[in-house]
Design a protein around this ligand. Structure first.
Ligand code: THU
Length: 148
């Protein structure tokens, strides 16, 4: 169980991450914060590119930061996405895209439960789970034969 205080903290971290979004083309700024099993928090923002396809989403920025720093087990992810001039107190829900869902799927904790918090303000969020957003998913276990 993740405490309410930690959820609130993680959401605020996602808002801070969003401040570093580089989104001159879409002007849709996204921030994410990942809490790992070992108690670390990694922030990420979307980073766009003049060659649009080279853009990386906020969730994947945070995920690659975590994994490349040695944390490969995620317990919660907070996300906030909104047009750059949006009223941050009243946001629409911006769920992780399909590619990000699959990338997060790779780094589930032993429980298999990854909490997803989609913020609508710095103090309000909707709770979901990776399992709910990506049911019947394909993951490392499906390639277990490679490890035998
Ligand atoms: N974006 C994210 O950062 N995360 C998502 O889950 C959906 C989309 C970014 C990518 C692009 O920079 C902008 O939002 C508009 O698609």
């Amino acid at each position: 169980m993740i405490k309410e205080e930690m959820k609130q903290y993680l959401v605020k971290e996602a808002f801070l991450a969003r401040e570093n979004s580089y989104a001159p083309y879409s002007r849709f700024k996204v921030g994410a914060a990942i809490l790992t099993t070992d108690g670390r928090i990694f922030r990420g923002a979307n980073i766009e590119n003049a060659s649009y396809g080279a853009t990386i989403c906020a969730e994947r920025t945070a995920a690659v930061k975590a994994v490349s720093e040695g944390s490969k087990s995620f317990v919660a992810v907070a996300v906030v996405g909104a047009e750059e001039n949006a009223d941050l107190e009243h946001l629409d829900l911006a769920y992780p895209c399909g590619i990000c869902r699959q990338v997060l799927r790779e780094f589930l904790p032993p429980s298999g439960e990854l909490l997803i918090l989609v913020a609508t303000s710095p103090t309000e969020y909707f709770e979901s789970s990776l399992n709910a957003l990506l049911p019947h998913s394909f993951g490392p276990e499906d390639l277990g034969y490679l490890l035998e």
